[in-house]
Design a protein around this ligand. Sequence first.
Ligand SMILES: [Zn+2]
Length: 312
Amino acid sequence: MKAKAPAKSLTLIQLFDRFDTDEKARKHLELILWPNGPVCPHCKCNDQAKIAERAANKDKKIRPGLRFCSNCQKQFTVTIGTIFEDSHIPLRKWLIAWYLLCSSKKGIASLALQRLLELGSYRTALFMTHRIRYALQQTTFAEKLSGTVEVDEASIKSRAGDGREFGVKVAVVAMVQRGGAVRSQVMKTVSAINLKEAVMANVEKQSQVHTDKLQGYVGLRSDYDHRSVKHGAGEFSRHEGPVHVTTANVESYFSLLKRGVVGTFHHISEKHLPLYLAEFDFRHSLRNETDGQRTDIALTKAAGKRLIYKTA
Ligand SMILES: [Zn+2]
């Protein structure tokens, strides 16, 4: 009999069953963050003979999952040094929130999360979603995009500054590697110099770059195999020998982003837009994974994020 392909998504019921206790959620997080067994965050020891799990005991204030490292004589749990450290929100609610955020194509509104997870306040839900986005945000990348990369820019309706004023348009440039990752960023002023700088920072030289006919992209010719489609002339894709010149993939990225910004988030503040871009980039880059796999990859980014994020 043919093996059944893994389901692309879990149902809500399966999700709540999977994380029906904080214990199960913690064990899942341990598997993700410690694939080779616990690692002491204090001395980096991963010699399993030196790390022991302590029996949970409420009277002695020993939390479940507490480990003792005989190398440095200190104790720790899996959440130390992660965005979950010191959080009063139950771990199972955190993991369900990660799952919902990573599997909803257009994102999930904090208000919906508050209702679904019975969180005490909207502020708590917003705090969670922002922390997850922050964890997903990558400021440096090990590798540049390569192969065929589609580049386009769009203006996203936002709220000015910290969000009080409506209707500001913020330019965003996105680069989509065909069959691969997406990187997008806010661009204060769209100019030939800024566009080239963004492409140079993110795309391997000599790659094939497909754009529309915007004059600003002409400067790419010196470093890239640049091809363009004439949107103004009603052309959406063209075949140049074996090359399919199109920006359809980057356009579908923007269409999802715009639908998320308008439909799910009802306009994002200019200040927070980069966090939402990180969320959309992450999901789109891993669009071919199952929801469960995408969430597990996202969870690996929860580590090492604690010390530098202090907002409520
Ligand atoms: Zn240690």
